[in-house]
Write a new protein. Structure first.
Length: 465
């Protein structure tokens, strides 16, 4: 180990506010951002092996291409770990073309959704030296230190040869302590955070469920030791951070482990506030109450569609009854809820999507997030759409928010999908019940109320008829 070696953790610049994180990428609809979990975990891995790490989040810091290129050249890193997104694929490729000659001796290692399917091409073109398929893996450090044998979850160059390492089969992973202090100064904004500053936290990787549209179903699911999670929480406390977004794709997918995570959270004045993702069939009354008691205030759950045939086709493995029960239990426990839906699923027509609008408004979640169906890398949905001739195997530029690119389904054209997504948002957020409740819930927190108003106006400006 050589403590003088430097890894630069880089979220590159962009013409828009892009979210590139955890093999997802999209335009930020209301300007929200959060510390990228890829960079935090890779930073932990490098630090655990004695490397120094520095961080640049050009998107959040508002830095342009020329500023970043000059900055990186001055820092002279040995490794640059860079995020790449399908939403910004052309910009990211052009940036790397300009970056490469400025740091000819640095290793360029990439992570991102587009690289999971097209990573080999980025190596063949000389844009990158390696692509990680699991940012929690120590293979990135081993490669940086000159190892070339049996590098799991890594696509990498050895001379002129490109090697695809084996997939890890381990059930647990330890990374060390993520360097939250590197990202704490950056002005991140998250719509559900009740306090600033806030952090990103991840206690497991991937998801054991099989949703056909989700890349997480194709990631090798494994978990971090509870003791390491406890140390990270203590580190956040020491930094004065009392808010986090938990990026586990399904909190309490293993109920016993979920309860163990809750046991690590402090009570009293040091209590964290936090947001999480889970599934309707993972929530019960006891769990919801314990989550609320341990500081959870917002739960995000996938509804996707109210059409039973579509739920079966996309392999959600739960019903609208499960959804109604879960949202009711969360409400009774005092938890705010976010419903996520997908417009443009295969086989769905306008009437089906309008029926989902009716269902979601009746479900009456506190917030709504509307996405468009995107054939993301490695998913069953992508394979289906390629087989049906709806998209090309070469398709790389995608935005699951639907702001910058909308793809036809087998029944609806892009214009109709975009119009329905906008109508869905307007119908939900302009309901008098939603407006009154939002005002009432935030009267005691004027700063948060102002933030909600700003984000609401931005959202509605993007969803005009």
């Amino acid at each position: 180990m050589n403590s003088t070696r430097l890894t630069l953790l880089l979220n590159p610049p962009g013409q828009n506010i892009y979210i590139r994180d955890y093999y997802c990428s999209k335009l930020s609809r209301t300007g929200y951002t959060f510390p990228p979990i890829d960079l935090l975990h890779v930073g932990a891995v490098f630090n655990a092996h004695g490397w120094q790490t520095q961080a640049i989040d050009a998107i959040v810091q508002g830095l342009g291409v020329e500023e970043i290129l000059a900055d990186v050249k001055t820092r002279k890193p040995d490794v640059i770990f860079i995020l790449v997104g399908a939403v910004s694929v052309d910009e990211d490729a052009e940036f790397l073309k300009r970056l490469r000659p400025l740091v000819p001796d640095a290793l360029l290692i990439g992570s991102g959704d587009v690289l999971r399917e097209h990573g080999r091409k980025w190596l063949e073109s000389g844009l990158l030296d390696a692509v990680t398929l699991d940012f929690s893996s120590p293979s990135v450090v081993r490669f940086a230190e000159g190892e070339t044998d049996n590098l799991e979850d890594l696509i990498y160059k050895v001379g002129d040869e490109i090697v695809e390492g084996p997939t890890s089969t381990g059930k647990t992973f330890a990374i060390g302590l993520p360097p939250h202090e590197l990202f704490q100064p950056f002005p991140y904004r998250f719509p559900f955070a009740h306090r600033q500053p806030f952090a990103s936290l991840l206690t497991d990787y991937g998801c054991p469920y099989r949703c056909s549209f989700c890349v997480m179903a194709n990631l090798h699911y494994h978990t971090r030791p509870i003791e390491e999670v406890a140390k990270e929480l203590a580190h956040l406390q020491a930094l004065g951070i009392r808010e986090f977004a938990l990026w586990d794709q399904t909190f309490a997918v293993n109920r016993a482990r979920g309860l163990e995570v809750l046991d690590q959270l402090p009570d009293g004045p040091d209590k964290f506030g936090w947001t999480c993702f889970t599934r309707p069939d993972c929530i019960d009354q006891d769990l919801a109450l314990k989550m609320a008691a341990k500081g959870c205030h917002t739960v995000i759950m996938g509804v996707e569609t109210a059409k039973a045939e579509s739920l079966e086709a996309i392999q959600k493995d739960f019903s609208t009854h499960d959804m109604k029960l879960a949202f009711t239990l969360c409400r009774k426990a005092g938890l705010e809820t976010v419903a996520t839906v997908i417009v443009g699923l295969p086989g769905e027509n306008v009437a089906d999507i309008e029926a989902t609008m009716d269902f979601v408004c009746h479900l009456d979640s506190d917030y709504l997030s509307v996405h468009t169906a995107v054939p993301r890398a490695g998913t069953n949905l992508r394979r289906q759409m390629v087989a049906e001739g709806l998209v090309s195997e070469e398709l790389a530029n995608m935005d699951q928010s639907g702001e910058s690119a909308v793809i036809s389904s087998d029944t609806l054209d892009p214009h109709t999908i975009l119009a329905l997504r906008k109508r869905f948002n307007r119908r939900f957020y302009l309901r008098p019940k939603f407006l009154v409740r939002t005002m009432w819930h935030n009267l005691k927190n004027p700063a948060r109320l102002v933030e909600h108003v700003k984000q609401g106006l931005t959202l509605l400006s993007h969803n005009r008829g």
